[in-house]
Design a protein around this ligand. Structure first.
Ligand code: FMN
Length: 164
């Protein structure tokens, strides 16, 4: 069983988007090797069109460069990226996405790929709670709906990199 087979078994029915890429950080990489059905729904595209692409296809006018730079630095240094981006669906509609992206290390300590957990969020109405995480709430797939496997990984918890 490969690492992708294992991820597929865990991710296929998960209520949040899960996407796995190779390690090629510079364009035209990274290349998507696996995405679950929830990811296809989130980005408004079929799985067939998503596999083999770089996740950059979701970016557009309001996708902030500074956040992408932070994202790239995290990938290059083998760190986790947890932050928020504006992305665009296949039909051009934009959405705000919470991204929790981590390197996948082999037993020998080398990065073999990246896995990202993604869900749509909206700005909270009213006075925001402190910190960037307090400004957004998920539109579906709340913490309660996360599978216990994902909860064990503390997906979407803490260490937000965006400061604004
Ligand atoms: C697993 C994974 C998932 C990603 N998902 C997204 C995404 O949903 N939206 C996005 O705008 N960028 C996403 N990215 C980031 C881009 O692929 C790219 O790394 C980013 O644009 C920074 O690189 P660049 O400055 O060369 O464009 C993802 C990257 C990885 C490794």
């Amino acid at each position: 069983m490969t690492i992708l087979d294992l991820i597929r078994a865990l991710a296929e029915d998960a209520p949040i988007g899960i996407v796995v890429t190779d390690t090629m950080i510079d364009a035209p990489g990274p290349t998507i090797h696996y995405a679950n059905p929830a990811f296809a729904r989130l980005v408004g595209r079929s799985l067939e069109t998503v596999i083999g692409q770089s996740p950059r296809f979701m970016q557009g006018k309001e996708t902030r460069e500074e956040i992408l730079d932070t994202f790239k630095r995290a990938l290059a240094s083998g760190n986790r990226f947890h932050g928020y981006l504006t992305n665009y669906r296949g039909d051009g509609t934009k959405y705000r996405v919470e991204i929790d992206c981590r390197p996948l290390y082999s037993v020998s300590g080398e990065i073999e790929g990246f896995i990202s957990f993604e869900r749509e969020v909206i700005r909270r109405v009213g006075r925001p709670a402190s910190g960037v995480a307090g400004r957004y709430e998920p539109i579906s797939a709340s913490g309660d709906a996360l599978t216990s496997a994902l909860r064990t990984l503390s997906v979407f918890e803490e260490m937000i990199v965006e400061r604004r």
